[in-house]
Design a protein around this ligand. Structure first.
Ligand SMILES: [Mg+2]
Length: 374
């Protein structure tokens, strides 16, 4: 499934002159701030195809001669190209608002072939500064990202439109969609719903019906830097086993899907958690992770207690399941006296190690493997 950004030109890529609302000479060409860096990021990291769609009222008539338009348009394309941004397609409608062609925005005719050829609807957007751009988005069933334009009011009640401040805001939004995943899994034993974003703000909400487990998952997600919302309803009248195991399956699946593109990832991560909560309460954990594509675990831990009345062997089972489903290698070593602290140190440590391994070099998108596959 392809990802597209369908992008308006005037008022969106470049400033719209308030007098004529037409950019008809190179002296009047002004790019919007951060448009180049955001589009370069979207193309390189996000894998987006960029499609320009613009109404140029009366282009080719005496009021708007061809040469005036093309001198500006060619310079604009050259500027993008010099920064590594290329356009997959450019669609120009020349009709006027008073006599619109069948292709003039908000008509979706230019964009129908993209929609029909298979498009990632969750991650494709129309970007523009006018209501017609947002109506176009609505007509092809996508969301629109609506930039402000001092000449036009925005309507915050349009259901498919997201009001954005500027191109930096757009990059933030695209990033949050790119690394977002939703997984739902239902069996006769459990029903689990997870929404998760890598590189988030650490906003975590967990409800599994098992207090100690909620606490541990919150630590894991927070220290991994994820936005994480998990609801689990399990057969706790039997015991906690199915719920803990199935939550690991769901988080593992989410990670595996989010890791489908490993270019630029650091791949390896380590974490050392040390806690000295009381002089005699001491726990120390070492965690190392490899986004290897192979799911296995090396576990070195023994506990003298069962915090939350949960057998400590279940924690090994949890991380083993998580590693298998996510396709990662996990080494976990922990020593201490207070089992609560030890388990906590492990969850925090796995979170920190994953955070380190998931860092991405966006300027250098090389697959971190000499084999050429991960
Ligand atoms: Mg515009």
């Amino acid at each position: 499934m392809r990802r597209y950004l369908f992008i308006d030109r005037d008022g969106t890529l470049i400033e719209e002159p308030p007098d004529t609302q037409q950019v008809d000479s190179c002296e009047r060409l002004r790019l919007l701030p951060y448009v180049i860096s955001t589009l370069r990021w979207a193309q390189k990291v996000g894998g987006y195809r960029l499609v320009m769609i613009t109404n140029q009222d009366g282009l080719g008539t005496p009021s708007f001669p061809e040469k005036n338009f093309w001198s500006v348009q060619n310079l604009l394309i050259d500027i993008f190209s010099s920064e590594g941004v290329s356009w997959y397609a450019i669609h120009i409608d020349r009709s006027k608002e008073s006599a619109p062609s069948p292709y003039r925005k908000p008509s979706p005719l230019f964009l129908l072939p993209y929609i029909e050829s298979g498009i990632d609807r969750e991650r494709s957007f129309v970007i523009g500064d006018r209501r017609t751009d947002m109506l176009l988005a609505q007509r092809i069933g996508l969301r629109g990202l609506w930039l402000p334009n001092p000449l036009h009011q925005r309507d915050p009640s349009l259901p498919n439109a997201v009001l954005v401040k500027d191109w930096r805001d757009i990059q933030f939004f695209l990033r949050s969609r790119l690394f977002f995943i939703e997984v739902e899994r239902q069996t006769k034993e459990t029903h689990i719903h997870l929404q998760m974003t890598l590189y988030g703000s650490g906003a975590v909400e967990v409800q599994t019906g098992i207090g100690f487990f909620d606490h541990m998952l919150t630590l894991l997600a927070f220290h991994a830097g994820w936005d994480f919302r998990l609801r689990a309803v399990g057969d706790l009248h039997v015991d906690v086993h199915h719920t803990i195991e199935d939550v690991a399956i769901v988080i593992g699946e989410a990670l595996r899907r989010l890791l489908s593109d490993k270019r630029g990832l650091h791949r390896y991560g380590q974490a050392i958690q040390e806690q000295l909560l009381l002089p005699m309460d001491e726990a120390l954990a070492f965690v190392a992770v490899d986004l290897s594509g192979r799911g296995l675990i090396k576990w070195n831990a023994s506990f003298s207690e069962a915090p939350g009345n949960i057998s400590p062997t279940l924690w090994r089972h949890f991380f083993e399941t998580l590693a298998r489903e996510a396709g990662i290698t996990l080494h976990i070593w922990v020593r201490g006296k207070e089992a609560h602290h030890m388990i906590e140190a492990v969850f925090k440590g796995v979170g920190r190690a994953l955070k380190a391994a998931l860092q991405r070099e966006e300027e250098d998108l090389i697959l971190p493997s000499t084999k050429g596959a991960l």
